[in-house]
Design a protein around this ligand. Structure first.
Ligand code: FES
Ligand code: FES
Length: 154
């Protein structure tokens, strides 16, 4: 089927199998920041932003994407807030293997678009859908709080 949607601000027109999911599509076009974990909507590794909200790309069928706005880290790397978030994660050592890090950064970005001063509970809720196999949740929380408090030198 033919679909048209927006990926990182650019129009994408593609002929895809209706049963293909967005995770498969993104990796087929070298958008590798979006990771494959469980493939069943459980781990959050494949998080993308759809209209500013976090969604699991493995659960989005391409056939439902017409007109939707999808963002991944590839589209946000030049964004100032994303630079600060990445600097905070590096400064705080909030990255172990890094497999969950793109999803955590997108979750934080989504949260901050909706609420520029989230409290700890809101940050925890934002990270809660993302499974960190390295069990590294404390330092991402510290990094996120530094971003919220404007305490990052980027
Ligand atoms: S790969 Fe999509 S939620 Fe795990
Ligand atoms: S840092 Fe390894 S999965 Fe989170």
């Amino acid at each position: 089927m033919h679909i048209k949607f927006y990926l990182n601000g650019k129009v994408v027109e593609a002929d895809v199998p209706a049963g293909m999911n967005l995770l498969e599509y993104l990796r087929s076009v070298s958008v590798f920041s979006v990771k494959r974990g469980c493939d069943h909507g459980e781990c959050g590794s494949c998080t993308v932003l759809m209209d500013d909200k976090t969604r699991n790309a493995c659960l989005i069928l391409m056939g439902t994407l017409d007109g939707e706005r999808i963002e991944t880290l590839e589209g946000l790397n030049a964004d100032r807030r994303m630079e600060l978030m990445q600097a905070a994660f590096l400064d705080e050592g909030a990255i172990q293997c890094g497999y969950c890090t793109p999803a955590m950064l997108l979750a934080l970005e989504s949260l901050l678009r909706a609420n520029s001063k989230p409290d700890d509970a809101a940050i925890k809720a934002a990270f809660s859908g993302i499974y960190c196999r390295c069990t590294g949740y404390v330092k991402p929380m510290v990094a996120a709080k530094k971003v919220v408090m404007g305490e990052v030198d980027g």
